[in-house]
Design a protein around this ligand. Sequence first.
Ligand code: 7ML
Ligand code: ZN
Length: 853
Amino acid sequence: MSQPQAKFLKDYQKPLFQISHIDLDFSLAQAQTQLIATSKVIRHGTHSDALVLAGDDIELLSVTIDNQSVDYMQRDGELIIETSLNAFELQIITKLDPEANTSLEGLYMSDGAYCTQCEAEGFRRITYFLDRPDVLAIYTVRIEADKQAFPFLLSNGNLVDSGDSNDGLHFAKWHDPFPKPAYLFALVAGDFDLLEDSFTTCSQRDIKLQVFVDKGNLNKAHHAMASLKKSMAWDESRFNLEYDLDIYMIVAVDFFNMGAMENKGLNVFNTKFVLADKDSATDDDYHGIESVVGHEYFHNWTGNRVTCRDWFQLSLKEGLTVFRDQEFSSDLGSRAVNRIHAIKVMKNQQFAEDSGPMAHPIRPESVIEMNNFYTVTVYNKGAEVIRMMHTLLGESGFQKGMALYFERHDGEAVTCDDFVAAMQDASGIDLAQFKRWYSQAGTPQIDVQEEYNSETQCYTLTLLQSTPDTPDGSAKLPLHIPFDIELIDVAGQSIVNKVLDFTQEKQQFNFEGLEQKPIPSLLQNFSAPVKLNFEYSVEQLVHIMRFAQSEVAKWEASVALFSQSIWQNIERLQAQQAMFIDPRIVDAFKGVLLAQDLDKALMAEILTLASAGSLIEQNDIVDLDNLKIAREFVVLEIAANCEDELLVIVRELAGIDDAATRALKNVCLALLLKVDSNYASLAEQQYNNAENMTDSLAALSALNGESSAIREQLMAKFEQKWLKTPLVMDKWLGLHATFTNDNCIDKLKSLFDHEAFSFNNPNRVRSLIGIFAAANTFEFHRHDGLGYQFLTDAIIKLNTLNPQVAARIITPLIQFKKFDLARQQLMINELNRILTVDNLSKDLYEKVTKALV
Ligand code: 7ML
Ligand code: ZN
């Protein structure tokens, strides 16, 4: 078999044909689905090349042009039609097998309902087509199916016809007036409960809003509906963007590879990001739903009205839409806490990707399997790049840029360069150097030196930037870096608060007239996606925690304090010295517990001590065994020295119905259980008194550090209560996956046969296997290699069932360079085992081969 080939951005060519209209006529039936696709095709320019359409895994029944049969050729994944006509009607009849489609791409069944997922290249699993985002067509879709089994027949746009036909069948016809690329097409047919509402836009148009959920879940759809209405109002007030169709539908399905999909007028969502009530969903779940509903809604302008020219431009819509959903969450909730979450994703996940074998720029130059590029780099670093432009232009300059972008490109398929050009032209700010962020992979490091001259009263910061080489070979030129700083005096007063324009490889910044050496708070608010290398003293960090104006800076300082202590103790262990914690560090955390003026959600963030996984990302190589010992020691020292304060909080805040209060109380509870396992009774009490899922789950999670009778008993109780609620059982599976115990893997293997688990459902696989590999650091990296083996066995099984999910959960296995040689060898052995699998998917092939070079 020939090996999968990469495609390159530099090879982009305009489409040879345009398809202006397409009519899709679906006959959905249990055994087989037939689709008649009728397109208006127009030749672009004067060439005489054949029409080449993409198609995957579909059975071709007939091809006609202007009602006449034609000659065609098929080679792998393509249908080639020779014609000399310049404009013609092309009709293609195909047969599909959605029941057998476990990949959840194209047309498939989710729990008895038909649904589709076409981004990025799934439409070619439905019919032969110019399946590329720069081909925009007007869609008319007719769906016919059994009326009883499939009472709702949905597609994009407006319903223009519907009725009954023979033999218990009925039909619906939808028309979407907005030309769109094939990846935004959607079809859903099934039986649902329907929540309806409406929204009046700024120009007084009434929009019908519909949320479709599995039967019996109507009472869990209200938060998603409320989130949708907030999203619509926010996009009008902050971005001046109004909704354009008369109806907006969201369908929640159980089987879905990603979070959700922004199909025009008909979003399809993973149930995880729709269904919620107090008993079954945590505060984090509520927050996640609001942000994903927002994300998909915001795509209507950033993605749908203006779309991508080609898939290398994915960050054009995703980076921008993540930035928009982050701003939405920040405007509605706590800006600091939202920022901290975004920073954690960058430091814990994106930095890892950027230093591993899959490193790529936010606009990749080459791709084997597009599904592998829905990454934290394209999405989250992409959003950081947009955020830096926002920092450089300010809110009003940025909004002018957005307005110009829509004025120029509404209805078009464009590039990241087009976006930056609009920002530059609208603001007058030169972004030529800034654009390097789009083509350079890797995380830049900024080394900072400070100098204070008491005679001249001048304080100098010297900044040096460099980016390590990455396997993609992209250039590493100096970047335009907005570097946000605060200088604080010894009394805690703010002296300087500004964003430095750091553009050279090495640059000095002088601050005159300072009577004393100030304390610098650097890279505030994570103003650029870079690694900061500055040797803060304990004293400086404690000062920042007390006095910095920025809440995010306080949190960053607390992370640095905690981390420093761990690195020092690892060194002590390596030198066979006793471990030790600086009492000023303990005091700093105690100070947070006792603080009267700090937001509780921020206190909770500070007291959520950095995970092993995030510590691993701070250094190039890591001594994992000593990391475990040192982290346990430092956590215990902090917790034990704060025992009284922790107890007060846990007791006083119990039962208060507020998310931030719960977060603080629950992190304190977890710390108490580190101090003394007798506090398990507190967790038990909380579980038994809990009136919401946040508190129930926090109690179980606090008990997850070691095996105990109480844990066993409560886990069994939880299982019994929630056995028939899959999304809640995902939490239970996740607790097993993060159990820090020698028997963890054996237990996980036994859960493969549990009725709540199925390899066919991505949510289940992520909860049991994905979370284990990504979050149970020390069990995954066991010396005997059983963790790697466990993951690899699952990946091999998923290779045929669902390649996308298989390739997503492999991430921790390909990032092996940080670990000792013995572990590296074990990981490499497993990757080699994957390479020997028959019919290895392109998804896994790309990641494994890149890891093994
Ligand atoms: C990001 C999505 C995909 C993949 C959703 C699929 C999407 C592509 C889709 C942030 C918030 C919610 C979902 C996603 C996400 C990976 C992540 N177009 O809308 O980007
Ligand atoms: Zn998106």
